[in-house]
Design a protein. Sequence first.
Length: 130
Amino acid sequence: MGRPSTYSSDRGKAICWSLTEGESLRTICEQPNAPTRTTVYRWLEDNEEFRGQYTRARERYAELEGESLIALADAATPQTVQVVKLQIDTRKWILSKWLPKKYGEKTALELLGKDGRPIQITFDNAFDGL
């Protein structure tokens, strides 16, 4: 058997709070007496409670970051508009990866038949006979 886990509920909560406040996992793990990122990733795999807390912390941070886009845009001036555009685009891209259902690109696929009309597909009997 390996070494016992250094995880504790208090350590997990502290990490998640820091994530919610916008601190990166890299920065958190560089602090004295903090676990390594590898250790945190192991906790995420092994501990369902921590995994849920971590996911919610990331979601809360993403929500706050999404709200900050408005403040960034409002603060832009003709002199800073290009820098602000880069900041907004970067944050939008990150949000689309962290919360794709909410901030990701919406895509739709429409199938057309030979006559140019949409094809209707139903799945209630699609696998009959397989």
